[in-house]
Design a protein around this ligand. Structure first.
Ligand code: ZN
Length: 86
C-alpha cells in the first residue's frame, strides 16, 4: 500500500510558441501527491506505473477506514461502559 493521491497535473510549459500558450491542449503529467509536515509534495509517475500506484493508494485508504472504524467502536464501547444503566 501507499500513502498519497494520484492526480493529473495540467499546465503550461512557458514556451511562448507552444500549443499550450496559444489555446491548445495543456501538458499533463500523472503524479502521486502526498504531504510531509503539512507540505504537499509530488512524485512524477510513468504511465505504466500509474495504475499500480493508484491501486496501492486505494488499499491504504480502505485499510485506514477500517482502522478508524475499529478505533471508533472501541471508543464507543468505553463510553457506553461508563453510561448509567437502567
Ligand atoms: Zn507547452
Amino acid at each position: 500500500m501507499l500513502r498519497g493521491t494520484v492526480l493529473t497535473h495540467r499546465r503550461r510549459c512557458g514556451k511562448p510558441n507552444c500549443r499550450c500558450a496559444i489555446g491548445g491542449e495543456l501538458h499533463s503529467s500523472v503524479v502521486l501527491s502526498y504531504s510531509v509536515h503539512n507540505k504537499t509534495k509530488f512524485v512524477m509517475l510513468r504511465a505504466d506505473e500509474a495504475p499500480q500506484v493508484r491501486a496501492a493508494t486505494r488499499r491504504f485508504r480502505a485499510a485506514k477506514a477500517k482502522l478508524e472504524a475499529a478505533a471508533d467502536k472501541g471508543l464507543e464501547q468505553l463510553i457506553a461502559s461508563r453510561a448509567p444503566r437502567g
